[in-house]
Ligand binder design. Structure first.
Ligand code: ADP
Length: 315
């Protein structure tokens, strides 16, 4: 089985663009990078277990229902009687880059607790995936670090997406330190170039950054996504798919909304590598899942099925 761990939250997306203080109408969308990855895997036909925590409020009930609608088992979906669900407001700056305003002080997803998943359970699983937002505050940081450490000890494949949201970190140094602790247990890191640079890796190209991550170890495979330009990946001889340096230019599609593309990509990569694809085939599939996810509005609502991905790969 695959276990995904981390936040489920509500993204509020303005009906019209403009500064947050001037926006009156919002659309409610389920989100959170790990939640998107979990649902993306489910859409691809491989529903994972998902360890998350929602508030005892209407938003939490909505998220529970959304996960259930996507056939995600509720075994590790916790409802926190003493906390509310995280809300994120998504606006765009003048350059069109997304900006996030989080209502996330002491909210349910920051309150995951260490030790919830025991070693015997972990040893039954093949793959554990987590991300950087979960490490930014509360007991969820320790809970996630503990999970990754024990997952690595139990010989699970551990994948990780640093997902830098600077709004959630006091400074880049803290991000680099805390995520660095997590990476000590990670096999596969999937990130953007700027995220790897923020983590202190040196390199003047995506491939050089990926190589730097793999050289430091114990990460044996580093994948760098490049938006519409696809992705590159580097693996060391420690990787089950062997030493490799590969790139794929991505798929040209009619992009409507790139929200969740990175999470879709991650799910595509996990599904393909677990199916036994080599690294080059896996980043091709991942690019197809990521590209397809940009062709409709929303993050979780735009995730493709396996058949839709196959159609893009064969086109
Ligand atoms: P993030 O969403 O985490 O910022 P990227 O923007 O690099 O990450 O996108 C992740 C992946 O999604 C890319 O590697 C690519 O496969 C796909 N993707 C993103 N934007 C586009 C696009 N405009 N056209 C086609 N594929 C895209």
């Amino acid at each position: 089985d695959i276990l995904v761990a981390g936040e489920t939250l509500i993204d509020w997306v303005p009906e019209r663009s403009g500064p947050l203080e001037d926006v009156a109408g919002f659309e409610r969308r389920p989100g959170g990078a790990p939640a998107n990855v979990a649902v993306a895997l489910a859409r691809l036909g491989e529903p994972p277990l998902f360890w998350t925590r929602v508030g005892a409020d209407p938003f939490g009930r909505y998220l529970e229902r959304t996960l259930a609608d996507h056939e995600i088992p509720d075994r590790f979906v916790e409802r926190d009687p003493a906390a509310k669900t995280t809300l994120a407001f998504v606006t765009h700056d003048e350059g069109g880059e997304r900006e996030f305003t989080f209502y996330r002080d002491g909210t349910a997803d920051t309150r995951l607790e260490p030790g919830r998943i025991d070693d015997a359970t972990l040893s039954d699983w093949e793959w554990v995936h987590a991300g950087g937002v979960t490490l930014s505050s509360g007991s969820a940081r320790e809970a996630t670090l503990d999970l990754l450490e024990r997952a690595a000890a139990a010989d699970c494949t551990v994948s990780f997406d640093p997902n830098l949201r600077s709004e959630l970190w006091p400074d880049e140094e803290t991000f680099a330190t805390v995520v660095g602790e997590a990476l000590a247990h990670v096999d596969i890191c999937l990130a953007t170039g700027p995220e790897l640079a923020a983590l202190g890796y040196d390199g003047d190209s995506p491939t050089a950054l990926a190589r730097a991550a793999v050289e430091r170890g114990p990460v044996h495979t580093a994948v760098v996504t490049r938006g519409a330009a696809g992705a590159v990946a580097v693996a060391s001889a420690d990787a089950p798919w062997g030493e490799a340096a590969v790139e794929h230019p991505g798929f040209a599609v009619e992009t409507v909304d790139t929200t969740g593309a990175g999470d879709a990509f991650v799910a595509g990569a996990i599904a393909a590598l677990r199916d036994g694809d080599d690294l080059e085939a896996a980043i091709t599939v991942a690019n197809a899942v990521g590209a397809r996810a940009t062709t409709a509005a929303g993050g979780m609502t735009a995730l493709p099925t396996r058949a839709e991905v196959a159609a893009l790969l064969e086109a």
